[in-house]
Design a protein around this ligand. Structure first.
Ligand SMILES: [Zn+2]
Length: 457
């Protein structure tokens, strides 16, 4: 297949009048000029974004926990509502919710998702006849919608440092070390029969796994694939940091740096509360920081020191986590705005090479996201996977259509979704803003939510 773009953001910046050849999902050639057999794309072309952190089922109760109460509302009260919802989801409903979410993600510019998947067991906590039944629902949602998938089965063993035994609300998450490693192996097997997906692991957090479990899980997955992504919730809440210091006498990121062989395929999700030594340690290890600005704002987590981290060469991927928002644009915008509000300055996350904040952050986050998921995308270049977005030229024309402002207008000034078409792995999944399954999916989603809400009441 050949595509012609009048304006395209390649690895080294904007280029005009380029023909791309795509073979088996891979960009095999890029050259100047228009080939006669190339399909003309309707607007500016940019790389697809990687969503480094998703709990798909949480899309089902987004907006259900925004009512004030007399007690102090916090992450920990939100988690109670989440556990109620979790108790009532079937395998089929999990697939329906994930499918709807993945269509929304594609429309919002995400071409791949890292699914931090911890809803493993049946409603009463017993094993499904097939250990990977819930994981299979996620794989099926990715396959039917066409979004790339990095499946990260979550190891969840305890309710807190100590270790403290799991509580009732966590019964669907818990696995022994052996059972967890079996689940990971089963997921690897599934990838043999499905395109554009890979597998890593996600030890839930230092409060939910002890050192023995963590070492066993890391050794197992890296034995299967030495580039397998490893993601962990690390320092989302101040309470979690304090509990870690009380137990290990170290802050969580510092403990991880001192005890585990971090590399560029480790992603530290919500590295929110870190000190300067931890900033330096993460960068020295090449690990990626996985930041979820809208969820972190929604849950009142705190603000990651993005300015200092990126200035020193640290890499930041973005995720939509609880899916209170499903928009790559909004995550990037808030990443920058949080820094402006703290520092009372403007246009912070640019650099000398790329003066445009929007362009710098889009390219940076896409590449960091690709590293964090060990996938061959995140930029448009020969040899990379054809994961790309075509922007609406009518809307971008409103922004004067100058390349130096284009992604800033896209990120900071769009009032409607400016993404027209989305290609994943060489195949169109969104065309003219529409996905072929969107109506079916929306109807099934609405029904699933009604049914689950009925059971929760
Ligand atoms: Zn999370």
């Amino acid at each position: 297949m050949k595509l012609f773009a009048e304006n395209i953001l390649l690895s080294d910046g904007w280029h005009q009048n380029q023909t791309l050849t795509i073979d088996n999902g891979i960009i095999t050639d890029i050259h100047s000029g228009k080939d006669d057999d190339a399909t003309v794309l309707s607007g500016p072309v940019i790389p697809g974004m990687i969503n480094c952190h998703s709990h798909a089922f949480q899309r089902g109760f987004a907006g259900f926990s925004e009512q004030g109460s007399e007690t102090n509302d916090s992450f920990w009260t939100w988690r109670k509502i989440m556990y109620q919802f979790v108790d009532n989801i079937s395998v089929e409903q999990a697939q329906v919710i994930a499918s709807q979410l993945y269509i929304e993600m594609l429309k919002a510019g995400y071409t791949r998702v890292a699914e931090f998947h911890y809803l493993h067991h049946d409603k009463d906590g017993s094993n499904h006849p097939e250990l990977s039944a819930m994981a299979k629902a996620i794989f099926a949602a990715s396959k039917s919608t066409g979004i790339g998938l990095t499946m990260l089965p979550v190891m969840y063993r305890f309710s807190g440092f100590g270790p403290l035994p799991a509580v009732a609300g966590q019964k669907r998450f818990i696995n022994s070390i052996e059972q967890f490693n079996q689940l990971v192996s089963d997921c690897f097997e599934i990838t043999q029969h499905q395109e554009n997906c890979n597998v890593g692991i996600a030890p839930h957090s230092l409060r939910a796994v002890d050192k023995e479990s963590l070492v066993a899980a890391v050794n197992h997955v890296r034995g299967l694939d030495d580039k397998a992504p490893i993601h962990i919730h690390i320092a989302e809440q101040q309470k979690e940091v304090n509990d870690c210091i009380a137990h290990y006498n170290k802050r969580p990121v510092q403990w991880l740096l001192d005890n585990m062989p971090l590399d560029q395929h480790w992603c530290l999700i919500h590295a929110t509360h870190i000190d300067e030594q931890e900033v330096d340690g993460i960068i020295a290890s090449s690990a990626i920081a996985g930041i979820c600005p809208t969820t972190e704002a929604n849950l009142g987590d705190g603000i990651f020191p993005t300015t200092e981290f990126m200035a020193k060469g640290g890499q930041v991927a973005i995720g939509s986590d609880s899916h209170i928002s499903v928009s790559a644009i909004e995550e990037i915008r808030l990443l920058e705005y949080a820094q402006r509000l703290i520092k009372q300055q403007r246009a912070i996350l640019a650099n000398n090479k790329t003066r445009s904040v929007g362009q710098n952050l889009w390219q940076h986050a896409a590449k960091a996201g690709a590293l964090s998921t060990s996938c061959n995308s995140g930029e448009l270049a020969i040899g990379k996977q054809a994961d790309l977005l075509v922007l609406n030229s009518e809307q971008t024309r409103l922004f004067a259509n100058q390349n130096k402002n284009l992604l800033d207008s896209f990120i900071f000034a769009s009032q409607q979704n400016p993404i027209n078409d989305v290609m994943v792995n060489g195949q169109w999944q969104i065309q003219n803003g529409e996905h072929k399954l969107q109506q079916l999916s929306a109807d099934a989603f609405a029904k699933a939510l009604r049914d689950i809400a009925g059971n929760c009441a």
